[in-house]
Design a protein around this ligand. Structure first.
Ligand SMILES: Nc1ncnc2c1ncn2[C@@H]1O[C@H](COP(=O)(O)OP(=O)(O)O)[C@@H](O)[C@H]1O
Ligand SMILES: [Mg+2]
Length: 446
């Protein structure tokens, strides 16, 4: 299994980078702090040892050589300090103390006041160091005797304080939490914009975005709203053009009808009048379509199952001989948010197509998952000719060339249905069933 380190979302990526940065800063800060504390502890230990060793030396230097052992035995030296007097420097199995550490110790020993300058030591050797956990210091007294001190060096502990640990954890948690919060807040407008774009795709009349918030967000919202207004105006202009053309065609058609009455030839007159009827029907349908598109019906809760059953009942009432061929399969109730009148027109169109061209209608409502609702409308008719399959959604395309009033309309049923369903964010398709007949599938987002 491949572990994905680079997250997908903008918020997660920003948070990832910021938290990584925070971690680096924290590690660097901790290191600096630790090094600093090590220095302080080293200095403290060096000073402590220096004071005690110089104190011992001073006492010995001011004591007569024969009495030194006795005085030394009486002195309170504290733990971690082993002192011997001898005629030679300390004999130890340790290397000389590293120069850096040695300098620290020497400087501190020189800083401790001796009292009398003439008792200053003649020679000093230092062995060991922190690595060996001990320092061995040999000081030669003026009479040649050596004072040899072995001091235990406590290990250095840079993270010793528990308060520091808690403070550090608290600081890290606070910075991390604040980062996550800020990132979520800052990337929220991107999500809002995506949702608005999605809503606009479903409905050009979707409410505009609020134009407030940080400057960049406000600018993006203004640009988005301007775009939405332009799209809306564009759609409105086209619809208006369509209805204006439809409207203006009515008068010449009426005039032509009157003139056709003067045609002598009965057969020709009949044909001309039939063509004009057809044109009139197309114009009326176009005008109705334009009207539909322009009415901005509000979105409201709608029981889709109830709606489908009602349409089937009404179809049955209008075609009593077909009642046996009408079926509904699906849940008894299913509420969706939609424009009820528009959606009713969609299913009326599809069911009447199934009944008119297929002689039956089986309507199946499927609550596919929690994102999509599917409605299938099947019939047992002849289905569609292959060449028709991709053209039936074109305006005024009909399987049979005559604009026969008996079998439906003028070829706008499917284009209108698709228009409405797409405005809801879904889609309509029409296919031939393998066993014969046609199947219309409507998908609607929940
Ligand atoms: N269920 C169906 N079975 C066979 N053909 C169909 C079916 N539904 C639609 N069609 C074909 O698609 C054409 C276009 O349908 P539509 O847009 O509803 O227009 P109209 O019903 O006014 O003719 C129809 O003329 C018909 O030829
Ligand atoms: Mg139709």
């Amino acid at each position: 299994m491949k572990i994905r380190l680079w997250p997908g979302s903008l918020a997660a990526r920003t948070a990832f980078v910021l938290l990584l940065g925070l971690a680096i800063v924290q590690v660097a800060g901790l290191t600096i702090h630790a090094l600093d504390r090590l220095d302080v502890q080293r200095l403290g230990q060096a000073r402590d040892i220096a004071v005690r060793v110089v104190g011992l030396y001073r006492t010995m230097a001011l004591t007569d050589p024969p009495r030194r052992e006795a005085v030394l035995a009486d002195l309170h030296r504290g733990p971690e300090l082993m002192v011997t007097l001898g005629s030679s420097p300390p004999q130890v199995d340790l290397p000389e103390m590293p120069p850096q550490e040695q300098r620290l110790l020497r400087v501190n020993m020189n800083l401790v006041p001796l009292g009398a300058p003439q008792i200053r030591w003649k020679e000093m050797v230092i062995y060991g160091g922190h690595y060996w956990h001990q320092a061995v210091i040999g000081l030669r007294l003026s009479d040649g005797e050596w004072l040899n001190v072995t001091a235990e060096l406590q290990p250095l502990r840079p993270w010793h304080s528990p308060a520091f640990l808690w403070a550090f954890l608290l600081m890290t948690a606070a910075a991390g939490g604040l980062t996550l919060w800020a990132v979520r807040r800052l990337t929220a407008p991107v999500r809002t914009l995506a949702e608005a774009a999605e809503a606009l795709g479903r409905d050009v009349n979707a409410p505009p975005l609020p134009e407030d918030g940080p400057t960049e967000v406000a600018i993006a919202a203004v640009a988005f709203n301007t775009m939405a207004t332009r799209i809306r105006r564009f759609v409105e202009d086209r619809t208006e053009l369509l209805t204006a053309i439809g409207h203006d065609l009515r008068t010449p058609i009426t005039r032509l009808k009157l003139r056709a009455e003067f045609v002598e030839d009965d057969e020709q007159r009949g044909k001309i009048l039939a063509d004009l009827e057809e044109m009139e029907a197309m114009v009326s349908a176009t005008l109705a379509f334009g009207r539909d598109v322009r009415t901005t019906e509000p979105v409201s809760p709608l029981d889709l199952a109830e709606l489908l059953r009602t349409i089937l009942d009404e179809t049955g009432d209008a075609n009593p001989d077909l009642v046996d061929g009408l079926h509904y399969e699906g849940p008894a109730h299913l509420t969706v948010r939609a424009r009820s009148l528009s959606l009713k027109r969609v299913f009326v169109n599809l069911i009447s197509n199934a009944v008119n061209y297929g002689g039956s209608a089986t309507v199946r409502l499927i609550d596919a998952d929690h994102h999509m609702i599917v409605v299938e409308i099947e019939d047992d008719g002849p289905g569609l000719a292959l060449g028709d399959l991709d053209r039936v959604f074109e305006p005024f395309h009909r399987g049979e060339p005559s604009r026969n009033r008996e079998t439906g309309g003028v070829g706008l049923g499917l284009p209108i249905a698709r228009n409405i369903v797409r405005a809801h964010g879904g889609d309509v398709t029409l296919v031939n069933r393998p066993k014969g007949g046609a199947k219309a599938t409507v998908t609607l987002p929940v």
